[in-house]
Design a binder for this molecule. Structure first.
Ligand code: HEC
Length: 130
């Protein structure tokens, strides 16, 4: 009896499927880079570029509502922090990174061009600034 049970277990084990190979990590979805689809209107094009940059690089911390998890994760753009500072200051902080009371924002130079940084700032001001 014991032998049969052991044999059954052995057979059962022998027949078990090999451990599943770990699933390959999903490749990060490459953001589609629409080439040359900027709208004819220059400001509209810059706005579209800024929105694209924001959604790709800034939204993780600043969030879709621009509040940065109510200022716990990143600066809350709707709280008036942008109105206090001019473009040159903010662009420098975007370019070189900025550490304040909330935490540290990484520098974007080397990741985004000056034009992309400007477009992102313009988008943020137009969309969230109060
Ligand atoms: C890794 C998280 C993170 C990402 C991603 C991020 N930021 Fe920030 N950002 C912060 C934090 C944190 C602060 C606020 C620092 C503080 O005040 O303590 C901040 C502050 C700012 C400020 C205000 C700076 C100031 O002088 O008060 C601007 C403007 C800004 N971010 C723009 C951007 C733009 C544009 C992007 C995308 C290109 C971006 N951020 C992406 C974390 C992030």
């Amino acid at each position: 009896m014991t032998t049969i049970l052991a044999l059954t277990l052995l057979i059962a084990c022998g027949e078990s499927d090999p451990p599943a190979a770990p699933a390959a990590p999903a490749a990060p979805a490459a953001p589609a880079a629409p080439a040359g689809d900027a709208t004819a209107d220059a400001s509209g094009g810059a706005h579209a570029e800024g929105e694209k940059v924001y959604k790709q690089y800034c939204i993780a911390c600043h969030q879709a509502d621009g509040k940065g998890m109510n200022g716990t994760l990143a600066g809350d753009f709707t709280s008036g922090i942008l109105a206090e500072k001019d473009d040159a200051t903010l662009l420098q902080h975007i370019n070189e990174g900025f550490t304040g009371k909330i935490g540290a924002m990484p520098p974007w130079k080397g990741v985004l061009t000056d034009d992309q940084q400007k477009a992102a700032l313009a988008y943020v001001r137009a969309t969230y600034q109060k």
